[in-house]
Ligand binder design. Structure first.
Ligand SMILES: [Ca+2]
Ligand SMILES: [Ca+2]
Ligand SMILES: [Ca+2]
Length: 424
């Protein structure tokens, strides 16, 4: 077994990789912008294991190297070369909190040849070669890191805050932070598919749940590795108010779980349109004047203030980082927050019943009515879940047999499941 000591060259500085996209349109006296809030920066980092072999009959660490970025509060690794046989894997460990991620070739592919987000300035990288593996090799050409502390943002009068800032901390396990674009997204079905804004949608995204409080200097903190999931496929439109939406499919964490498997909750897409005056709320990860709450989940109460053909207007407070948040009416997603205005209200959300958005959801994430366990088919096991839950009235997200997601398991749910029975 050969064990190599890694050599690396760090070039700190460089590239703000994700230019904040603030398309500003003047209409009357209002300015609109898209409230995303990209997080971190790319740092050039050269590391190459070279081609390595394991001559033993057991898996062995053939290469180890501490990836260290001075002053980083977190690190994500990006691999430029991946040559791994199925028996080999990369193990990455945060020296800050001990969080571990192991990825074999399939896992690396699902993660777009990158890692989860690790807290702290050092990640131990280990290459484990499988029995008799030959020619395994990994190379890193850059890492993402958060180095400089952001300034507090999000006071009254800034784009998206209507009057007082009425947001309060919340803990919904279907609402996630989208990294590194600094947006928000929602799980909307048992298949763990997500909706967000089109201007937030690109390749290599990671969704994070159970996001911890940010640091006193506004730096973001990452949840445990198993509360992070890669975005695998997507469709999007990105053409301004009412034409800005994204649909995402989500991969699995280190336990083989997708978000619905892990948390058991989602918020469905509304079946009909909302009306002006409807009470509404937005749940998202906007920046905040109070650093510990910045890019941490908050809910914002308000209402639908106007209905347009492709968008809703709302007075729910949002800030940069809120892009892609769901606009919720009666526990259902009626819109996707995409634009804020400086003289709020209104903030704007793309309607979820826009034709192209409906079509994209059906194409990216076909679903079976009554698929309660999210395995892509409606069969005996779903019926079993429903019958075991029959009579439950515990509320939204709390009854496992609640096909129509109205907070109970009853005859209506059974009828719906039977209508979908056999779908696969
Ligand atoms: Ca307000
Ligand atoms: Ca099923
Ligand atoms: Ca029900």
């Amino acid at each position: 077994v050969g064990r190599a000591v890694g050599r690396s060259v760090i070039t700190p500085l460089v590239l703000f990789a994700f230019a904040p996209c603030t398309a500003t349109l003047a209409e009357e006296e209002r300015t609109f912008s898209t409230p995303d809030h990209p997080v971190g920066e790319f740092v050039q980092y050269q590391m190459d294991t070279g081609a390595l072999s394991n001559h033993s009959e057991r898996s062995a660490v053939v290469f180890a190297h501490a990836v260290h970025v001075p002053d980083a509060v977190w690190i994500r690794l990006y691999f430029s070369t991946v040559t791994l046989d199925p028996g080999s894997l990369v193990r990455m460990t945060s020296l800050h909190d001990g969080e571990v991620q192991e990825l074999g070739p399939d896992g690396l592919s699902m993660w777009s040849n990158s890692s989860a987000y690790f807290n702290g300035d050092t990640v131990l990288f280990e290459l484990l070669a499988g029995p008799r593996a030959t020619g395994v090799r990994l190379a890193i050409d850059q890492v993402a890191a958060e180095i400089a502390s952001p300034l507090p943002e999000g006071s009254s009068g800034q784009c998206g805050i209507c009057g007082a800032d009425d947001r309060t901390l919340s803990t919904e396990d279907w609402a996630c932070r989208l990294m590194p674009v600094g947006c928000s997204a929602s799980i909307y079905n048992t298949e763990s598919c997500a909706v967000t804004a089109g201007h937030c949608t690109t390749s290599g995204l990671v969704v994070q749940f159970k996001v911890p409080a940010s640091l006193p200097f506004c730096d973001t903190v990452n949840p445990p590795v198993n509360d992070q999931f890669p975005v695998v496929t997507f469709q999007k439109q990105e053409s301004g108010v009412g034409k800005d939406w994204g649909v995402l499919t989500i991969g699995s964490n280190g336990l083989g779980e997708r978000p619905f498997d892990r948390y058991g909750v989602y918020r469905p897409i509304a079946t009909g349109p909302a009306a002006a005056g409807n009470p509404a709320e937005i749940v998202g990860y906007g920046v905040d004047q109070t650093c510990t709450k910045s890019q941490v989940q908050q809910r914002s109460p308000g209402q639908i203030t106007d209905v347009n053909s492709a968008s809703y207007e709302t007075n729910c407070d949002v800030r940069n980082g809120s892009s892609g948040s769901p606009l919720i009416v009666n526990n259902r997603i009626v819109g996707i927050l995409t634009h804020c205005s400086t003289n709020c209200p209104p903030n704007y959300a793309t309607r979820t019943d826009v034709g192209a958005f409906v079509t994209a959801r059906a194409a990216v994430c076909p679903t079976c009515l009554g698929d309660l366990n999210g395995d892509g088919k409606t069969d005996q096991s779903d019926l079993g879940i429903l019958l075991a839950s029959f009579g439950c009235t515990a509320g939204i997200g709390k009854c496992p047999g609640d096909v129509d997601y109205d907070g109970d398991t009853d005859q209506t749910d059974l009828g719906a499941l039977l209508a979908g029975f056999g779908c696969n």
